[in-house]
Design a protein around this ligand. Structure first.
Ligand code: FE
Length: 215
């Protein structure tokens, strides 16, 4: 990160005295995604993993000028920089998880709102064709990562990213995501990632959130 973006932790003007990054509230209660994602999984995923990224980020940039920046700015300033990898990874994972929780909802799935459905059909042919492409991306992401529905110019696309990577950094606008790190599903589905992905698509996906992001 540039010196003007991240000042020394000893700079008294940069110190805020309190953690700059806080864990955003879950948009629903911890057992709201059952039976498709258990309260136990959500408890660990949100309370340990997501919180861990926030805590790490505070340790890494707390008390510096970066601590006051939006996550998007930190992500943009550190992407592709090996010397800033720890900050990038924790900032991106903090952003990805907040976006993931909002990509799901109890009683989700079903049909997208009309305008979004039309856009999906224009880009993929049919809703089923989109679902198939999304499920393929989510199940074939090797190791840890994410599958996304994004807006690329005027067209919707499915992309996958590894580890903490986020499509924001390549000029794509995320509309929805699914976390395919093992911590997202292993307690409930063990190695059956495809069952988790299909359950999310059919029962939990928050089309209204995607429609909001589409604008
Ligand atoms: Fe996760």
């Amino acid at each position: 990160m540039n010196p003007d973006v991240r000042k020394s932790a000893t700079d008294p003007a940069a110190s805020t005295g309190s953690p700059a990054f806080t864990l955003p509230a879950l948009p629903y209660v911890q057992d709201a995604l059952e039976p498709y994602v258990s309260a136990r999984t959500t408890g660990f995923h949100y309370g340990k993993h997501h919180k861990g990224y926030i805590d790490n980020l505070n340790k890494l940039v707390g008390g510096t000028v970066s601590a006051g920046l939006p996550l998007e700015s930190i992500i943009a300033a550190t992407v592709g920089r090996p010397d800033e990898a720890a900050i990038f990874n924790n900032a991106a994972q903090a952003w990805n998880h907040a976006f993931y929780w909002r990509s799901l909802r109890p009683k989700g799935g079903g049909e997208p709102p009309a305008a979004l459905k039309k856009k999906i059909e224009a880009s993929f042919g049919t809703l089923d064709a989109f679902k198939k492409e999304w499920a393929t991306a989510a199940t074939t992401q090797f190791g840890s990562g994410w599958a996304w529905l994004v807006l690329d110019g005027d067209k919707l696309k499915v992309v996958k990213t590894g580890n903490a990577d986020v499509p924001l950094t390549t000029g794509l606008k995320p509309l929805l995501t699914i976390d395919v790190w093992e911590h997202a599903y292993y307690l409930d589905y063990q190695n059956r990632r495809a069952d988790y992905v299909n359950a999310v698509l059919d029962k939990l996906i928050n089309w209204e959130f995607a429609a909001e992001n589409l604008g």
